[in-house]
Design a protein around this ligand. Sequence first.
Ligand SMILES: *Cc1c(COP(=O)(O)O)cnc(C)c1O
Length: 397
Amino acid sequence: MTVKKTFITEELARLKQEGLYTNIPVISSPQGAWVEIGGRKYLSCCSNNYLGFCNDPSLIEKVKKYVDTWGVGPGAVRTIAGTLAIHVELEKKLAQFKGAEAAMLVQSGFCANLSAIPPLVGKEDLIFSDELNHASIIDGCRLSRAEVVRFKHASPSDLDAQLSLYDDRNCRKLVITDGVFSMDGDIAPLPQLVEVAEKHGAMVMVDDAHGEGVLGRGGRGIVDHFNLHGRVDVEVGTLSKAFGVVGGFVAGSVELIDYLRQKARPNLFSSAMTVPDIAANLAALEELSVSEERVNRLWENGRYLKKGLKNLGFNIGHSETPITPVIIGEALDAKRFSARLFDEGVFAGAITFPTVPMGTARIRVMVSAAHTQEDLDFALEKFQMVGEEMKIISSRK
Ligand SMILES: *Cc1c(COP(=O)(O)O)cnc(C)c1O
């Protein structure tokens, strides 16, 4: 008897009918300030290429050199085939950059959460998780089988209240928060969360995916931003955003990393990053270690665009980072807005429920150090045109 697979057909039809089916645009150029789609150039306002490293000559050059020396593949998982010296070098340099004792690379930021959480808490234990945490944190929590208690977004007082309820439960407790929340661009109140966690004897973990290369001195991340070195037990990082490549890592004490190398399943059962990934990340890190220029340009661009959008009358929420949400409201309006921007040569996707709350559908503008002021003026001109046309903002004419 054949297995009935009509549920696949039905679910695809439902997604399409409800406008939830995602079509992925195919880009026929490198990622950069401008990208080519279907033979036409678009200003890219939706990549996480914060610092413009995706297509940077110094990264490309290092990749070519390293591929000639080291080949391309890691051979197998590190515990079986050994590990290339360049992986160890990148780990050391990342730890140094973040001001942590040690770091362990894995294949992605997503895998880094799956690596860090299950070894730290199990069935008998408790996780306290910000209600807006990233999907990969949620999945890491589920894999651990620990009980998950959600606390109100960015609320140290609610975390305190939730932890208090379990003070007599004698188990491991782990507080987890995103560093920068990617939909609104707000920053977790990490010093207060750490204080509350310390009071209740809980470990603290922060996922700094949108903070690396953005926050702190020269992009050293959220722990540096708040000067909390040594007080955050676990830092999760990604190399796919500001670093412009791909890869993930966990940083913390020498002992924690030693432990994770023995326990984390993405390290034990999945092969390491490829040589080109490592080479490109080393090149990005080398530049970041000596120059704050790109990070400063990113923030300048963010301020410029935000000011422009605000002056036009857009609701840009309460972002504290270069992430700039332009809140439209209804999902269909946001989708229409995005489609009209696209007609006009601006590539900026709509983000709708369930990724953001009902009624707060938005265009999320991701600013990059790769954007010039002319690029940002072009974006502002098109936002004004579509905003007036759709009566999201009032006309200036
Ligand atoms: C993007 C993101 C990840 C996933 O990172 P990848 O390296 O792309 O897998 C994990 N956590 C947060 C908070 C993110 O924003």
